[in-house]
Design a protein around this ligand. Structure first.
Ligand SMILES: [Zn+2]
Length: 650
């Protein structure tokens, strides 16, 4: 691994969630990239205007915040509300608010951080332990349920919140609380302490990043210890098996991700952090191998990960049923975390491709357009229209088929909030004499390319609706620099325009390597015409089906768009007609109607029987998947059966 060493761990203008001390690419800081318009700027604005306040409201209402007050007052009892991990939601909200204050300077975000910190700090025990569910009157002892208790998981989120504060504001009370908590973890679980791990990885990421931010080697070392310890059967076996919390195989020996998807991916992210900091090539290779395997065989078209509802887990290879897809929003966030770290370490553009797919088709799908309701699970087929639980109800189920205002287990809303608040930081990276545009949005960039060279750009685009990306040079050094633009894997036929010169560019990276002139424009044309996509034949749950994609967006059919009296189950797509842009979405030609008029008493028949049906030719409207169920609960399908002659998959 070469050569980019960063030194701005606590720089308040840094504003970056991940700052590896070594890597091929350097993430840009808050002072270097700002969104100005478009899809993601809108989501960031809604996040700021609605989601933070919404989350705090629910945490107050359900007593999750008052849990801290009760610990401080010594009034804990057996009636503590919330799951054992509810503290972590408060920390994720503080993290989100901290990034937001750094991004926008909105004093309300800063005030909220201070308000929440003032509730949390008094609940910390003198030795640094901080958890409202264990270790106090009428509670189980500390660390008595490492398998499912989530104590270190909560601490990990506290540390990530402190990192956000350090990198946007500087050291404050929250950071001091986090330092004490991290010291307590090192003293309790260090080489001479409990040889144990937490059932839910997360502490590892928090320790690694706080260690980076504070230049505290001890925290990095503890993160390395936790990563190395896992996989040796340290945790008690449970009915779901030790693979559930990745304690079945050591990270560096595993071939793919297993068990609970969010756990597996948080652990993988931490393993990359440790691999980079300790220059551990075999550990980094192990995660790259796992990524490649899981992306090739265990990932949905949307980028969603986790097929199984029972244990919120990865399925076997090719086990990707669309209706039983779990694809937890948090697993999407965690997948981005892994891919981002791998990209920074290696510079391999494929990681940015998956990040885009996941951002647009998993993470952007979760929040309702007003930022006050969320999907937890993200299936690719909703057989029965969901039940809207109402604005005032907590959803007890993750799989309701409708966005919910809040959940009994409410990990996803705060994960969306903290990710949206930092979206700009995934848009571009810098290297020695080079800048790479990874994600396309209206934005302003002024990046340090080393040795005092600054490259200033203005990016204008309506992407992903439109494929034209205009990069206007505002400031450039008087020497050659490399401007690299990601060409997504689907973008066959892309074209780059530099003044009078036009040339084709292939998926991967288009490079402009020369002296840039302030005022000039470079235009990237990405072909975002709608296209059919087929599954590998081994994804048997959708064999014989097609999906429609347009640029980076996955589309879906919703029952609300069908002709009256027809059902989504009765749609067949005719792939001899290419999908087309149309009013309200993408149009496909097909047949709507049952294969037979007869109502069966048994839904199977001899293979040779082909009773005539009453299907009618129709044009079917498809809408971006990320906006499904915005018009009320509906049935929905991403994968649609194709006409018989097209039912051969590659
Ligand atoms: Zn979640």
């Amino acid at each position: 691994m070469t050569a980019h060493r960063t030194s701005t761990g606590t720089d308040p203008t840094g504003g970056r969630p991940v700052v590896p001390s070594l890597g091929r690419q350097r993430p840009l800081g808050l002072n270097e990239v700002q969104l100005t318009s478009g899809f993601w700027a809108t989501l960031q604005a809604t996040n700021a205007a609605a989601t933070f306040e919404h989350c705090e409201h629910w945490m107050e209402r359900l007593g999750w915040l008052a849990n801290f007050d009760r610990v401080a007052a010594g009034t804990t009892g057996p009636d503590r509300p919330g799951w054992s991990f509810s503290d972590s939601e408060v920390y994720k909200l503080i993290e989100a608010l901290s990034w937001e204050f750094g991004r926008s300077g909105n004093p309300a975000a800063d005030e909220a951080v201070r308000r929440l910190t003032a509730r949390i700090a008094p609940a910390q025990d003198p030795d640094g332990y901080l958890n409202t569910c264990y270790g106090h009157a009428h509670q189980q002892p500390r660390y008595s349920d490492l398998e499912m208790g989530h104590e270190l998981y909560c601490t990990g989120h506290l540390l990530q919140a402190a990192v956000a504060r350090l990198r946007t504001t500087g050291e404050d009370e929250l950071v001091r609380v986090a330092r004490r908590a991290a010291d307590h973890v090192c003293e309790t679980f260090g080489d001479d302490g409990l040889r144990a791990v937490c059932g839910h990885p997360e502490i590892e990421i928090g320790l690694a990043e706080l260690g980076r931010a504070l230049c505290e080697e001890r925290y990095l070392e503890q993160a390395r210890l936790f990563v190395d310890r896992r996989g040796h059967g340290t945790l008690r076996d449970i009915p779901l098996g030790r693979a559930y919390f990745q304690d079945d195989v050591p990270v560096r020996k595993a071939d793919t991700w297993r068990g609970h998807a969010v756990r597996a991916l948080y652990l993988a992210a931490a393993a990359v952090d440790v691999a980079v900091e300790y220059d551990d090539a075999s550990l980094l290779d192990a995660v790259r191998r796992q990524w490649a395997h899981a992306v090739a065989r265990q990932t949905y078209l949307t980028g969603g990960m986790g097929s199984r509802h029972q244990d919120e887990a990865f399925g076997a290879d090719w086990e990707l049923p669309p209706d039983r897809a779990y694809c937890e929003t948090c697993a999407g966030v965690a997948s981005v975390m892994v891919s981002w770290r791998l990209y920074l370490a290696t510079g391999d553009i494929r990681y940015a491709d998956l990040i885009e797919r996941t951002f647009l088709n998993v993470i952007a799908t979760s929040p309702r357009s007003d930022g006050r309701a969320f999907f937890y699970a993200n299936p690719l087929h909703q057989r029965v229209a969901g039940n809207w639980p109402g604005e005032d109800r907590v959803s007890l189920r993750a799989e309701s088929g409708a966005r919910a205002a809040w959940f009994d287990v409410s990990c996803c809303p705060t994960n969306v909030a903290r990710t949206l608040a930092t979206w700009h930081s995934y848009a571009a990276t810098a290297g020695e004499g080079e800048l790479t545009l990874l994600q396309y949005a209206g934005m302003r960039i002024s990046a340090d390319l080393g040795c005092g060279r600054t490259l200033g750009l203005e990016v204008a685009t309506s992407y992903p609706d439109d494929g034209l990306v205009v990069v206007r040079v505002r400031q450039a050094p008087a020497e050659a620099v490399a401007l690299r633009l990601r060409v997504p894997s689907w973008a066959h036929g892309a074209m780059l325009e530099e003044g009078e010169r036009r040339h084709d560019v292939a998926p991967g990276t288009a490079v402009v390597d020369r002296e840039l002139v302030p005022g000039e424009e470079i235009r990237l044309h990405l072909p975002v015409t709608p296209r059919f996509t087929r599954p590998d034949r081994r994804v048997d749950a959708v064999r014989g089906c097609v999906a429609v994609e347009r640029g980076p967006l996955v589309f879906c059919a919703e029952s609300v768009d069908l002709p009256p009296g027809t059902r989504l189950d009765d749609v067949t797509v005719d792939t001899s007609h290419a999908p087309m842009d149309g009013d309200g979405g993408v149009l496909v030609r097909g047949l709507v109607g049952p294969e037979t008029d007869a109502e069966p008493s048994w839904p199977y028949a001899a293979a040779a029987d082909g009773a005539p049906g009453c299907a009618e030719a129709a044009e079917i409207v498809l809408v971006p998947y990320h906006r499904w169920a915005e018009r009320g609960p509906s049935e929905m399908r991403v994968w649609l059966p194709a006409t018989a002659r097209d039912r051969t998959t590659r």
